[in-house]
Ligand binder design. Structure first.
Ligand SMILES: NC(=O)c1ccc[n+]([C@@H]2O[C@H](COP(=O)([O-])OP(=O)(O)OC[C@H]3O[C@@H](n4cnc5c(N)ncnc54)[C@H](O)[C@@H]3O)[C@@H](O)[C@H]2O)c1
Length: 269
């Protein structure tokens, strides 16, 4: 998601400092952005000049300190509250007082990340969708402590990327995942009960509901670990059994079958 967000930003004219943790991720992030831009050049969606200029605007670094000059930082690390809180506290010390701190979290309480900083009114959720280049929705998360100005700046930023922002309350899953994940989890439970094969359930939702992608292909795209974290957070907040993660999801995570990103999930890539 981090690479996808960076790519959307450089394409819209922003200079981006993409911070990753290792040299391997540095190469992978750069390769992802180059691949996506090259594909669009090939398909005639952008011209050579725009392609080259976008690449020029990207810097990938492993040093957190390189973010010090940024006006807006969008955190998109693993969906783990303690990891994110630790990072927010570090970023808060590093950034200029007027800089906005945003999170791409799918379900975690944005207010809890705000509370890890001394600028809670400048902390906001800017939640993108996967793949970032194709999906135009952005959920801008309004916490109890955020300022109206921050919400407006975040929404204007999303619009400047060609996205359509909606403002949502700081509740687990916001709008899309609160509706989507009970459905995805139910699909896995149908499979566990042998109601139909995985391929047929995917086919059913594509042909019967006109969905562009079936639930198992979507779970593979999202990542089973991310799905498990989202379901855990939804269950913790709602207590609704519909979002108690199906055992198959937990077993697949334990086995390292995380979906497209690991080459194997419900499908093999
Ligand atoms: N996958 C999706 O469809 C999707 C959609 C919208 C939002 N999100 C959110 O985006 C965020 C990232 O998800 P993703 O799908 O890109 O996951 P991912 O597993 O592809 O990437 C997670 C990143 O976090 C880094 N990371 C792991 N542990 C870390 C640590 N201890 N400290 C710092 N960095 C660490 C990893 O190196 C990796 O770059 C999550 O908050 C997720 O909820 C995901």
């Amino acid at each position: 998601m981090g690479s996808g967000i960076a790519e959307a930003c450089i394409r819209s004219g922003f200079s981006v400092m993409l911070r990753v943790r290792t040299e391997r991720s540095e190469q992978a992030a750069r390769a992802y952005v180059l691949r996506t831009l090259a594909r669009d050049l090939e398909r005639g969606k952008i011209d050579r000049k725009a392609h080259d200029a976008a690449i020029e605007r990207l810097t990938v670094t492993t040093k957190l300190e390189d973010l010090a000059e940024c006006d807006l930082v969008i955190e998109s690390v693993v969906e783990d509250l303690s990891v994110k809180r630790h990072l927010f506290a570090e970023l808060d010390r590093l950034l200029a007082p007027d800089a906005l701190l945003a999170t791409n979290t799918s379900t975690l309480a944005v207010a809890s990340l705000a509370a890890a900083t001394k600028r809670p009114e400048k902390v906001v959720g800017i939640h993108f969708f996967n793949p970032v280049s194709r999906l135009s929705l952005v959920e801008v998360v309004r916490t109890l402590v955020v300022s109206e100005e921050t919400v407006e700046r975040a929404s204007a930023f999303a619009r400047s990327l060609g996205k359509e922002p909606i403002t949502v309350a700081d509740e687990a899953g916001f709008v899309v995942n609160a509706l989507l994940f009970p459905y995805l989890n139910s699909a896995v439970k149908l499979l566990e009960r042998h109601v139909a094969s995985m391929e047929d359930i995917d086919r059913a939702m594509k042909l019967g509901c006109n969905f562009p992608i079936g639930p198992f292909a979507l779970l593979d795209l999202v990542g089973l670990d991310v799905a498990q974290a989202i379901l855990g957070e939804l269950y913790q907040e709602s207590g609704d059994p519909a979002v108690l993660a199906a055992p198959t999801i937990k077993r697949m995570c334990a086995a390292g079958y995380l979906g497209k990103k690991t080459g194997r999930g419900f499908y093999t890539y």
